[in-house]
Design a protein around this ligand. Structure first.
Ligand code: ZN
Length: 95
């Protein structure tokens, strides 16, 4: 059961907020900065995964759209690819 707040138990993402860069289907990898992180919540098992732009850039072209990433992403817990929730979060920059 989740509280109403945006509490995160994930390491390194203690203070985040939702960032809306633009319509999700238009956002490309090149639009993301190093302080952004993509949080994917599995629609089946609820597992949360984090994708870091800097990591993605190493193996994917800058012009790839998040929409295309969604098609490739499979939950590490159950392998589900559908109904996942994608959110772009901003990490605190006080490091
Ligand atoms: Zn899952």
């Amino acid at each position: 059961m989740r509280a109403n707040g945006r509490g995160h138990s994930l390491p390194g993402v203690e203070r985040t907020r939702n960032v809306i860069i633009g319509p999700r289907y238009q956002v490309r990898l090149e639009d993301l900065r190093d302080w952004h992180v993509i949080e994917v919540t599995c629609g089946r098992c609820g597992r949360e995964g984090l994708l870091y732009p800097s990591t993605l850039r190493r193996r994917l072209p800058d012009y790839i759209r998040l929409l295309d990433l969604e098609r490739r992403y499979a939950c590490k817990g159950c392998g589900n690819r559908f109904g996942n929730t994608w959110r772009i979060l901003e990490m605190s920059r006080n490091a």
